[in-house]
Every structure is written in C-alpha cells, then in structure tokens.
Design a binder for this molecule. Structure first.
Ligand SMILES: Nc1nc2c(ncn2[C@@H]2O[C@H](COP(=O)(O)OP(=O)(O)O)[C@@H](O)[C@H]2O)c(=O)[nH]1
Ligand SMILES: [Mg+2]
Length: 234
C-alpha cells in the first residue's frame, strides 16, 4: 500500500527463468507492493515454474510481443497505482518508491535510464542507445507538447488507475515499440506526465529487443513512425 492506494507491479516475461523469482521478491521487498502480476508470454524455458514459486499472480498471454504482454498486464492488474517493470535485473525494486512519491502529483510517472550517474557499469546503455533513446524522446516531447523527456524506452513507469481507464481502450501496439503510445495518449488527454531518473543495471539472461543493432534500429524506427502517425492524426 502507498497511503490508502493499492500498488500493482506488472512483469512481462519471455524466457526469463534465470531472474524472474529474484525480481518478484525484489519488488515485494520494497514493502509497498500489494500485487505482482507476471505475464508469461509463451516462454519456452522454466519461467512459469519459477514464477509459481513466488507470491506473484501468473497469467499467460498467447499473443507474442512486448506490447501484448504489457497490455495484458495492465488489464489484469487490480491496484489503484499500476507499475510496469521488467524481470531481468535491470531495474531495482526500491525505485518504485521514487515513482510513488511523484504519483501524488502526476497521473503517469515514467522512468528514464539515460541519467549517467544511474547507469551501472554492466548496463546495456552505451552512447548509441543513450543518444538514440534521448533523440526519440525529444521528438515525442516536441511533437506532442510533453514535459522534458530523455528516454523513449524505459519500461519502469507508473500509471494511476483513473488515467489507465482513460487510455487503455486506445492502446494498439503489440510489439516492442509499445511504450511511446502510452505517453502520447496520456498527453493527448491532458493527463499530467513526468519523467524521473531511475537506476539501470546490467541484465540477467538474453536481451530480446536492444541486444542487437538490428532489433534496436527496428524498434527505434517503429517508435518514430508511431510518434509521427499520432502527430498527423491529431
Ligand atoms: N522482446 C520481447 N520481450 C518480451 C516479449 N514478451 C515479453 N517480453 C518481456 O519484455 C521485456 C523487455 O525485453 P528485453 O529482452 O529485456 O529487452 P531490452 O530491455 O531491450 O533488453 C522483458 O522483460 C521480456 O521478458 C516478447 O514477445 N518480446
Ligand atoms: Mg530488459
């Protein structure tokens, strides 16, 4: 609980057997999380078995994709405040406290992983990814009249239930470029959005999006197309 608000954490998981258990325990150890929802996205490893050993609620999402997994988690979560994260060791459980502190003044609190002081040595955030994330975030900021944004791809974020209810039915992206759509829809609805620095560590297990240059570029181009499409449609 945070004050009188119930807190949910959503963890999308595609082949995350090596860290899913630790991740669930780490978020629960923050002391404020009431519910962890693990969305197993057709994992071929022991992700589901490992998740069952924890206090998390496990749901299976058959539609493959990062966006599909997160959207399912957003539908399943029951909290007043819903936090998206990843079970790969890149985020720190106690950082939810930073998101929660800002949730008192904002409808959506997005993390940014491009703050140099919080990028851990092993993190996959070299200069190309850092500048790329920053540049796409700036395009979103200027084209959609947002607050200062410096990362377009940070899963760690919080949304209030009232805001989620406003945008949920209009989320369309099932793939890896899902995140900017959430921000754009919130900004279009004049919801209060803020971005704050969070820790970004090295990953446990294999990266499926930004682990390769091809995956990174594909996701980046899809995000830019999405940002432009929404701008033209506005
Ligand atoms: N890429 C990808 N990730 C998925 C999928 N379903 C769930 N996920 C989860 O989404 C998160 C992001 O993927 P990840 O490999 O960490 O990408 P990275 O953060 O760019 O290294 C992880 O927690 C994955 O387990 C999917 O179909 N594709
Ligand atoms: Mg990751």
């Amino acid at each position: 609980m945070y004050g009188d608000k119930r807190v949910s954490v959503v963890l999308p998981a595609y082949n995350e057997e090596s860290h899913i258990r630790t991740a669930v325990e780490d978020f629960l150890a923050s002391g404020v999380v009431d519910e962890v929802v693990v969305v197993d996205n057709n994992s071929r490893d022991r992700t589901a078995e490992e998740a069952r050993k924890t206090a998390a609620r496990l749901v299976s999402e058959p539609a493959q994709g990062y966006g599909h997994a997160l959207r399912r988690g957003l539908r399943e979560a029951e909290g007043d405040l819903v936090i998206l994260a990843e079970p790969d060791g890149t985020f720190i459980g106690r950082d939810v406290l930073k998101l929660l502190a800002y949730s008192e003044d904002f409808d959506m609190v997005c993390g940014t992983r491009t703050t140099r002081e919080l990028i851990w040595e092993q993190a996959n955030m070299g200069w190309f990814l850092r500048i790329g994330n920053w540049a796409v975030a700036k395009a979103l900021q200027f084209l959609h009249d947002g607050p200062s944004l410096s990362d377009c791809g940070c899963t760690l974020r919080l949304i209030r239930r009232s805001a989620l209810e406003r945008i949920q039915g209009r989320l369309t992206v099932g793939g890896s470029h899902f995140l900017p759509e959430m921000v754009i829809l919130a900004l279009r609805d004049r919801l209060r959005v803020i971005e704050i620095p969070v820790n970004y560590r090295g990953r446990v297990g294999e990266s499926k999006i930004t682990g390769t240059m091809k995956g990174t570029l594909r996701t980046g181009f899809n995000m830019i197309a999405l940002i432009l499409r929404h701008r033209i449609a506005a």
